[in-house]
Design a protein around this ligand. Structure first.
Ligand code: AMP
Length: 199
């Protein structure tokens, strides 16, 4: 049952209106579906857009933010709940613990770092929560191609590429997450290295 989704997204808004629009649509759909938002707690960029969209529709938004960013007055002050932590590592651990699934919206290196961490944990079988990439206006097209290169060049198992739910539409991504079945990752290293160890 998906009750809380952790959304990773840009602290900037990007320069296409579609990015902000996608954040608003996702937030509205989450609130309408009774799904709470867990996110980085900022009131800037795409982060602020999705939090405000959830709150405006009567949904719940929980921010998890390091104290340093609160001190710089970057925290959203009208959230359902603001959890202040000491470090970025604590923040990611708590965001993960509180959530049933993860979605990355368009964002920069912070967004990618957060998304690839949970995807790495999924690959290792440390967590089995769905991880989705919202590919608004093809923003992540090059990244998706590069992940294909990882598979073709032998650095990523085909089945682990399937851990990532990819969708363009904000409403559809929630439905895809709900029906997503994570692959079994238990013996992946053995399977992956079958052809490599015949020297
Ligand atoms: P980026 O994608 O590089 O813009 O980084 C986005 C991520 O950086 C967010 O998910 C947060 O973890 C963090 N972050 C950056 N700026 C802020 C802020 N003002 N408030 C809260 N978190 C922030």
């Amino acid at each position: 049952m998906i009750k809380k989704i952790c959304v990773f997204c840009g602290s900037n808004s990007g320069n296409k209106p579609e990015y902000v629009q996608a954040a608003r649509e996702l937030g509205e759909n989450m609130a309408a579906s009774g799904i709470d938002l867990v996110y980085g707690g900022g009131n800037v960029g795409i982060m602020g857009e999705i939090a405000n969209a959830v709150l405006a529709r009567g949904g719940k938004a929980v921010g998890v933010i390091p104290k340093t960013l609160v001190d710089k007055e970057l925290a959203h002050r009208s959230l359902t709940e603001l959890r202040v932590v000491n470090t970025m590592h604590e923040r990611k651990a708590l965001m993960s613990e509180l959530s049933d699934a993860f979605i990355a919206l368009p964002g920069g290196i912070g967004t990618l770092e957060e998304f690839f961490e949970v995807l790495t944990w999924a690959q290792l079988g440390f967590q089995k929560k769905p991880c989705a990439l919202l590919n608004t206006s093809g923003y992540y097209d090059h990244l998706i191609s590069f992940i294909g290169k990882m598979v073709s060049d032998g650095f990523l198992h085909e089945s682990h590429r399937g851990l990532m739910v990819i969708e363009k539409n904000p409403a559809a991504v929630i439905e895809k997450i709900k029906s997503h079945k994570p692959v079994c990752t238990d013996k992946w290293l053995n399977d992956f290295n079958l052809n490599r160890n015949d020297y």
